[in-house]
Write a protein that binds this ligand. Structure first.
Ligand code: BGC
Length: 683
C-alpha cells in the first residue's frame, strides 16, 4: 500500500544531499513565539525539517496548548515547497487523541461501547475536524493494553483485552484514514506506543517493563498487528524498555517484529525526546550513540530532541552509520508523504463540516460507553420525582472532556447541573447553582426523593505522567457518600472517571451506579439520557474493577494456576489473600441494562474440527438465542469466550474471541452467530 511511489522516491533520494536526507528525519516543535518564526523558516528553507509537531510541551495532554493556526502552517509549508531546494513538503502532526474540536469519550470508555462501527464513524468525524484545521497526522490510536489502573495512561488505551485492542485499532485507523488517505478529510494515524508501555512497572509512567516473548506476541502484538493490517501509516515507539532494552533502540521490536513479522511499510517515529533518553537509560554513551542505536534499530523520525540532525552527518561521514540506513528511513517517511497526497496538495484549507452531526455522534458513543454497574430499582428516574444533585462534579466541565484535549472547549461543554436543568427545569430539582463557591457538604436536601451524586476524579489525575498509588475515590467524596447514605435516601452515584476506581465500601452504599467516564463534549447530556430513560444503558467494562489497589494487577484473561485449578478471577480464594476477598468488584465484560436478557443454549454446528480443515479455511459455527425479557428495547453485548484446554503453553481460562452488539426489541428473541477460524484459535 505504501510502496506505490517507491520508484519516484528512489529517484528523489538520489538527488538529495546527506543534509537534506537527515533533515527529513527531523521533527521539530512549531513556533511557540513569533520571534522563532524566522529561524524556523531558515531551517525549513535549508531542508532541515521533515516534520513539525503542533504541540508546545512534551506532556501535551495535560498542559495548556497553543491553538491550531492553519495560516501559519500554510506559510511554513510555502517555504518548504517554494523556497527549499527539493521542495519536499513537511508533515504536521498533533495529538488528536479522542477528539479535536468535538470531544469523544476517552478511549478506555469507547472500548466499553464494544461498537466498532460507531467508533470508526466517530474517528472519521475527528479526522474531518483535524484535517480542516490543517493537521495531516495524529498520534493516535494508543493501543497499550494495561493491567494497572494506577497508570494514568490507562485512559488512553483499549483496556486489558487483546481482541478488544485489535478491534479498537481497526476502527480508529479506518476512521482516521478514511477510504483514501489523500481525501481532504483523512489524516494519517499512528499506532502507539509500540510496544509494552502499558506494562510499566507499578503503573509508574515511563518505567521499565518485563515482557517475555509469549506474552509479547499473544498479548501486546495483536492490536498493533491489526493496526498494520488496517493500513496504519505510522507507528510510535514507546518510552519503556523491555527487559533492559529500550524500545527506541530495539532492532528486535522495531525491525524484526514490526517490519519482518507484521510487514509494516510506513514510518516509525520516536516518542518525544526518546532518542536522547537512550543515554539516560544507560545504553548509549553519547548523543551520537543515541542516534546510531535508534536509527539502526529502525527508528525513522526523531521527535524533538535533535539527536539525528546534530549527530547523523558525522556518523555517516566517519563510516559509523551507513548512508543506506539513512536512505531507508527517508524512503519510509516519503512514502507516507506521498500516500497522504502532500506533494499534490501541500496547502490545506478550512472546510465546513457538520458540527451538529459530530456532537450527535459524540453523544451516541458516550451513551454506548457508559456502564450501569448497579441498579436496585431506582433507574430510570421519573422526571416528576423530587431530585437533588450534589457532589464535586456537579458543575465540573473540564474533567468531563478527559485528558488529551488540545482543542475542545470547556466552556462549550455542559456540566451535569446544566444538562439536568435543561431536562428538569428548576422545579423539584434541588441543587446549589453557584459553582464558584460550590461546597455541598452541609446540604442533605430533606425534600428530595432521590439524590444524584456527581463523583469521580479530575482529568488531571489521569493521562501522561499522572499515576496514582491508590485507585480509591477521594476521602472527602467517601465521607459525603456516608453522610447522604445515613439519611436513608435513594442515591444514584454518577462516576466521572478515567480509570476503574475501587468501588468497595462505595458502591454498596449507593442504590445505583452509573460509570460515565470522561466521555467528552456530550458526557452530561448522555448521563441525563440514561438517568431519565431516554436511552437504555448498553456499555460493558473493557477493564477489570479491582476491589482495592492492593489487588492490582487483576485482569480476566489469566492462565489457570496449578493450585487452585481453573479458578477464574480467584473466585475460589484458596491461596489468595488472607485479608480480603480477592475477586474483582466488577469483572471484565460486565454491565447492566434497564431491560433483561435471557441467554439460550450455545450451539456449535460442529463439535470438533480437524486442524487441517481449520487451516484450509473451515470455521466452527456457533450460535445462541437471546431473548429480551424485560420492559425496554435494548442493545446487548454478546461476548464469545474460548478456552484452549491443552496447548504448548498455558492459555487463559477465558479469552474473548468475538462479540456482537445487536439491538433486541422487548419480547423479541434473536439468533446471534459467531464463526471461529484458524486465526481465532491460534496462539
Ligand atoms: C507522549 C505521546 C505523544 C507525544 C507528543 C509524548 O510525551 O508519550 O503519546 O504523542 O508526547 O505529544
Amino acid at each position: 500500500m505504501y510502496t506505490e511511489y517507491d520508484s519516484i522516491i528512489d529517484s528523489l533520494i538520489e538527488k538529495m544531499s546527506l543534509d537534506e536526507k537527515i533533515g527529513q528525519l527531523n521533527q521539530i516543535t512549531g513556533p511557540l513565539k513569533d520571534s522563532q518564526i524566522e529561524d524556523i523558516k531558515t531551517a525549513i528553507r535549508n531542508g532541515q525539517v521533515g516534520s513539525i509537531i503542533l504541540a508546545s510541551s512534551s506532556t501535551a495532554g495535560n498542559d495548556p496548548q497553543g491553538h491550531v493556526n492553519i495560516e501559519l502552517y500554510n506559510e511554513l509549508q510555502r517555504v518548504a515547497v517554494e523556497e527549499s531546494r527539493l521542495k519536499i513538503p513537511m508533515i504536521y502532526g498533533r495529538d488528536v487523541i479522542h477528539g479535536h474540536r468535538t470531544v469523544y469519550p476517552i478511549p478506555l470508555a469507547s472500548a466499553a461501547a464494544f461498537n466498532e462501527e460507531l467508533i470508526e464513524e466517530c474517528y472519521r468525524d475527528i479526522a474531518t475536524e483535524a484535517a480542516s484545521d490543517g493537521i495531516h497526522w495524529t498520534f493516535s490510536p494508543m493501543l497499550d493494553l494495561c493491567h494497572d489502573p494506577r497508570w494514568g495512561r490507562i485512559i488512553e488505551g483499549p483496556g486489558e483485552d487483546p481482541y478488544v485492542g485489535a478491534c479498537m485499532a481497526r476502527a480508529c485507523v479506518k476512521g482516521f484514514q478514511g477510504k483514501d488517505l489523500k481525501d481532504k478529510d483523512s489524516i494519517a494515524a499512528c499506532a502507539k506506543h509500540y510496544i509494552g508501555y502499558g506494562a510499566s512497572e507499578g503503573g509508574r509512567d515511563y518505567h521499565r517493563t518485563e515482557i517475555a516473548d509469549a506474552t509479547l506476541y499473544n498479548y501486546y502484538v495483536p492490536a498493533f498487528r491489526e493496526a498494520v493490517k488496517a493500513g496504519v501509516a505510522t507507528v510510535m515507539s514507546s518510552f519503556n524498555d523491555i527487559s533492559g532494552v529500550p524500545v527506541t533502540g530495539s532492532k528486535k521490536h522495531l525491525t524484526d517484529i514490526l517490519r519482518g513479522k507484521l510487514s509494516f511499510e510506513g514510518f516509525t517515529v520516536s516518542d518525544w525526546g526518546a532518542v536522547e533518553q537512550l543515554q539516560k537509560q544507560g545504553v548509549a554513551a553519547s548523543r551520537a550513540d543515541c542516534a546510531k542505536i535508534a536509527l539502526e534499530a529502525g527508528l525513522d523520525l526523531n521527535m524533538c530532541d535533535r539527536c539525528y540532525i546534530e549527530e547523523l552527518k558525522d556518523l555517516v561521514l566517519n563510516g559509523d552509520v551507513s548512508e543506506e540506513t539513512v536512505n531507508t528511513a527517508v524512503k519510509r517517511i516519503l512514502r507516507v508523504k506521498f500516500a497522504i497526497g502532500l506533494f499534490d496538495r501541500p496547502y490545506r484549507e478550512n472546510f465546513a463540516y457538520d458540527k451538529e452531526k459530530h456532537l450527535e455522534n459524540s453523544r451516541k458513543l458516550a451513551l454506548e460507553s457508559m456502564v450501569l454497574l448497579k441498579n436496585d430499582n431506582v433507574l430510570p428516574l421519573n422526571k416528576e420525582s423530587r431530585i437533588a444533585l450534589m457532589g464535586p462534579f456537579t458543575h465540573e466541565k473540564r474533567s468531563l472532556l478527559g485528558s488529551w484535549v488540545l482543542d475542545g472547549k470547556e466552556n462549550e461543554t455542559p456540566s451535569l447541573f446544566e444538562a439536568m436543568t435543561n431536562v428538569l427545569g428548576r422545579k423539584n430539582f434541588y441543587c446549589q447553582s453557584n459553582s464558584r463557591f460550590y461546597d455541598d457538604t452541609n446540604y442533605i436536601y430533606p425534600n428530595a426523593d432521590v439524590v444524584i451524586m456527581a463523583l469521580g476524579e479530575s482529568n488531571l489525575a489521569t493521562g501522561e505522567n499522572r499515576a496514582v498509588s491508590d485507585i480509591s475515590l477521594s476521602l472527602s467524596q467517601r465521607e459525603l457518600i456516608d453522610k447522604i447514605h445515613a439519611t436513608g435516601k435513594k442515591i444514584v452515584g454518577v462516576f466521572f472517571c478515567g480509570r476503574p476506581m475501587a468501588m468497595e465500601g462505595v458502591a454498596d452504599k449507593l442504590d445505583a451506579v452509573l460509570y460515565a467516564w470522561h466521555s467528552g463534549s456530550e458526557t452530561a447530556n448522555a448521563v441525563c439520557d440514561i438517568l431519565f430513560g431516554k436511552a437504555v444503558p448498553c456499555g460493558k467494562t473493557a477493564v477489570t474493577f479491582p476491589r482495592k489497589s492492593g489487588h492490582i494487577p487483576l485482569y480476566y484473561n489469566v492462565t489457570s494456576s496449578g493450585r487452585p485449578v481453573d479458578c477464574y478471577y480467584n473466585e475460589n480464594p484458596a491461596n489468595c489473600y488472607l485479608d480480603s476477598t480477592p475477586t474483582p468488584y466488577y469483572p471484565f465484560g460486565y454491565g447492566l441494562s434497564y431491560t433483561t436478557f435471557k441467554y439460550g443454549e450455545i450451539k456449535a454446528q460442529n463439535n470438533s474440527i480437524l486442524l487441517d480443515d481449520l487451516k484450509a479455511g473451515k470455521n466452527i459455527e456457533i450460535s445462541i438465542d437471546i431473548s429480551n425479557t424485560g420492559e425496554f428495547d435494548g442493545k446487548e453485548i454478546v461476548e464469545l469466550y474460548i478456552r484452549d484446554r491443552v496447548a504448548s503453553i498455558m492459555r487463559p481460562i477465558r479469552e474473548l474471541k468475538q462479540f456482537k452488539k445487536p439491538l433486541i426489541k422487548k419480547g423479541e428473541t434473536i439468533n446471534v452467530n459467531f464463526s471461529l477460524g484458524y486465526k481465532d484459535l491460534g496462539l
